[in-house]
Design a protein around this ligand. Structure first.
Ligand code: IDP
Ligand code: MG
Length: 160
């Protein structure tokens, strides 16, 4: 536990970030991982594998009524993804900014989607939309308590 508010303990914020199958196929893993590293977030978990239908459906369950749901599940299960957990102050909101808008044509240049993608249905990367979903998605993709607990030696140079 790093910081204390009143007498309680505030858990470090984490976000579940995933290079989707198109990002892996296009050789963008290093580019995407590098952006989170350079920003100063801490990598807590990383694995490459092809997710099954059940996992993809659970991950995107809030979108199950959308007309594109089946295509979305087919896309996410179409090949290996790089599943990651990143930690840092405000990482959820910041990662969403680094990633850019859902529709890559509306994403700002300088963002991952703005620089590297064209279509909503092939937008190369996922990022959790709330700290609660950061925890939920991390538990779903990695199992609860299974990501690494560590502090980079650089920590004092990143946080005062
Ligand atoms: P997000 O990834 O920016 O959080 P969400 O609305 O949560 O966007 O949608 C999840 C994913 O579903 C998107 O990243 C995209 O891959 C896909 N998706 C969203 N809207 C559409 C659509 O209108 N057509 C096709 N795919 C979509
Ligand atoms: Mg979303």
């Amino acid at each position: 536990c790093r910081s204390r508010v009143h007498s309680g303990c505030v858990r470090a914020e984490i976000s579940y970030i995933m290079v989707k199958p198109d990002g892996v196929q296009r050789g963008l893993v290093g580019e995407i991982v590098g952006r989170f590293e350079r920003k100063g977030f801490t990598l807590r978990g990383l694995k490459l594998f092809t997710p099954g239908k059940e996992l993809a459906e659970e991950h995107y369950k809030d979108l199950s009524q959308k007309p594109f749901f089946k295509d979305l599940v087919d896309y996410i299960t179409s090949g290996p993804v790089v599943a990651m957990v990143w930690e840092g102050d405000g990482v959820v909101k910041s990662a969403r900014k680094l990633i850019g808008s859902t529709n890559p044509l509306e994403a700002e240049p300088g963002t991952i989607r703005g620089d590297l993608a064209v279509q909503t249905g092939r937008n190369v990367v996922h990022g959790s939309d709330s700290p609660e979903n950061g925890e939920r998605e991390t538990a779903l993709w990695f199992g609860s308590g299974s990501v690494e607990q560590w502090q980079p030696a650089l920590a004092p140079w990143l946080r005062e």
